[in-house]
Design a protein around this ligand. Structure first.
Ligand SMILES: CC(C)(COP(=O)(O)OP(=O)(O)OC[C@H]1O[C@@H](n2cnc3c(N)ncnc32)[C@H](O)[C@@H]1OP(=O)(O)O)[C@@H](O)C(=O)NCCC(=O)NCCS
Length: 309
């Protein structure tokens, strides 16, 4: 293994745009090597979700710098209850396979070992990157569930029709913090851990909408719809509500002007995968959830994205 000199330090907020650029460069390198189409990086500032994660878990955020001070590695982990989740681990292509990834991953996992009684270690990653599968499996997190990336777009064509929900529910955009205690209880039931920090973030961020769903007067779930393209996470109190909450969230995305729609769906959730396929979504790729134990109930949950299950 060739050794290239890097120094490692905690991430500063001012690093995050450069981290984002390095992530895009690294992803596109992986996409090219895997025969996939690279994407166009258009961001001009740091990603608000990355800023939020660093703010909540600053001790689990590290960058690796080369001799010129450029960022060539970045990691960020999150601790929520007894769960440690790796949001990001990216090493610049020129510095891969030189031990930098292992070094950053160890620091992020040390943070988990020192802070809290972690019983579940997890992340989601690219199923077609054997290097990623190896590094995490060695640390005790092995592939668990296929996570399908499902998208639909209608460039210049007629906007798709809305999807009819199976169960008639009412929906409310959450704009205050009043409901967050109740959403936290739902998260504990469905995901096994609470994450009020993210609910505060979604209600306060202009690019996200947090939606609460009711069957008559009973709260039965929530979803997050990003103004750009993403739908999820979605949590439902009972499996029979999940596809209806998803349908209403997809419809809401159309209403607020999403021009492309993107959902990360657990492959084992047959009903949700099929209803999205019937509504014009395509399976863009299969990624994978890796974990130290079986986690979250796919029949009641649709994850947010790779960085945030
Ligand atoms: C996956 C990634 C984070 C690994 O970091 P890295 O710095 O390249 O890896 P390291 O040199 O620290 O090696 C760690 C382990 O990965 C595996 N590995 C490294 N290079 C490899 C290669 N060329 N082929 C196969 N496995 C390899 C080995 O198991 C290695 O452990 P070992 O040294 O005990 O044998 C990095 O390659 C990367 O950013 N890849 C592209 C983006 C990505 O997939 N990120 C993960 C998203 S969550």
């Amino acid at each position: 293994m060739k050794k290239l000199k890097v120094t490692v330090r905690r991430t500063r907020e001012s690093d995050l745009f450069e981290c984002w650029q390095m992530i895009a460069r690294t992803m596109n390198d992986l996409f090219r090597r895997s025969g996939k189409k690279p994407f166009k990086f258009t961001a001009t500032s740091a990603d608000p979700t990355m800023m939020h994660f660093r703010k909540v878990d600053p001790e689990a955020s590290y960058v690796a710098l080369n001799a010129k001070g450029a960022i060539v590695g970045f990691t960020q982990a999150l601790i929520r209850g007894n769960e440690w989740y790796l949001a990001y681990l990216f090493i610049d292509p020129q510095y891969q396979s030189t031990g930098v990834g292992k070094k950053l991953l160890k620091l992020a996992m040390d943070y988990g070992r020192k802070n809290g009684e972690i019983t579940r270690w997890a992340l989601s990653t690219f199923a077609y990157n054997p290097q990623a599968l190896a590094i995490y499996s060695k640390m005790g997190m092995t592939p668990q569930i296929a996570l399908l990336v499902m998208t639909r777009e209608w460039k210049g064509e007629k906007k798709p029709a809305s999807i009819k929900p199976k169960v008639r529910l009412t929906m409310q955009v959450v704009t205050t913090h009043k409901l967050i205690n109740r959403l936290t209880k739902l998260d504990i039931k469905v995901r096994g851990t609470a994450r009020p920090e993210e609910h505060f973030f979604w209600t306060g961020d202009e690019k996200h909408r947090l939606l609460a769903f009711y069957d008559d007067k009973t709260l039965v779930g929530y979803s997050v719809v990003a103004t750009t393209s993403r739908i999820g996470p979605i949590a439902a109190a009972k499996p029979e509500y999940l596809s209806s909450i998803l349908a209403m969230s997809v419809n809401y995305g159309l209403e607020i002007g999403q021009a492309r729609q993107l959902v990360f769906v657990n492959g084992e959730n047959v009903e949700v995968v099929q209803s999205l396929l019937q509504s014009g979504f395509h399976i863009e790729e299969a990624t994978v959830v890796m974990a130290s134990e079986r986690f979250s109930d796919s029949s009641r949950y649709v994850p947010g994205h790779l960085a945030h299950y």
